[in-house]
Design a protein around this ligand. Structure first.
Ligand code: GDP
Length: 194
């Protein structure tokens, strides 16, 4: 059995990406209430796990956001043996602003913390930078370079072909993510998945 884990801040388009990849009906858009438990989609022997989104949530206190982060960390620790790949989804059009806001408070953004944590746990990670359609075309390379640098990867971003993948769920531009997932999970010959 294989497991692929999707993590990301709320509203980055994580559900949209998973839905486009798997064709399954995970919930998209604002959620009534906050789910703390991961949800799973099964594709043959591949388990696709959607972790609760962290960060911005309507009517949710800061303390509860820490609970979400702890839940994610515990899930990863408890299931590390089984998790073959983690996809960290970020919103390319807002990532740098959010990071700046956290840094002004002398805090480390949860995305960056989780990226480092997954690396420490030696779980292969793909950084899916979503909503690239919202970035001005002439600025895309510059923005992507700045994002990977914030995550501790030296720029240019396109040096990290196996790790960094710009996507747009809105424009159905996920081909590179699919091939990257296949490559990293050694699923190249599995036409039945994705
Ligand atoms: P989640 O909270 O991370 O699961 O995010 P959702 O999948 O629910 O998407 C949040 C919002 O972003 C929705 O309004 C989506 O239509 C929108 N969205 C998702 N992907 C994209 C994208 O690639 N480009 C743009 N412009 N909007 C997107």
């Amino acid at each position: 059995e294989f497991e692929i884990l999707f993590v990301g801040r709320s509203n980055v388009g994580k559900s949209s990406v998973i839905r486009k990849l798997t064709g399954s009906k995970v919930r998209v858009g604002k959620r009534p209430g906050v789910t703390l438990k991961p949800t799973h989609v099964r594709l043959g022997d591949l388990l696709v796990t959607d972790m609760p989104g962290f960060g911005f949530m309507h009517g949710v206190k800061e303390r509860k956001q820490d609970i979400v982060k702890d839940q994610i960390v515990h899930y990863i620790e408890d299931n590390a043996e089984r998790i073959d790949l983690a996809v960290l989804v970020v919103d390319g059009s807002s990532f740098l602003d959010i990071v700046t806001r956290w840094e002004e408070r002398n805090e480390i953004p949860v995305d960056i913390e989780l990226f480092k944590f997954l690396n420490e746990m030696e779980i292969p990670v793909i950084l899916a930078i979503n909503k690239v359609d919202k970035i001005e075309e002439a600025m895309v390379d510059h923005v992507l370079d700045a994002i990977v640098e914030k995550l501790g990867l030296p720029s240019p971003w396109n040096m990290w072909q196996e790790v960094v993948v710009p996507v747009s769920a809105k424009e159905n531009d996920l081909k590179k993510l699919v091939s990257c997932i296949r490559q990293r999970m050694h699923l190249a010959k599995r036409d039945d998945l994705f």
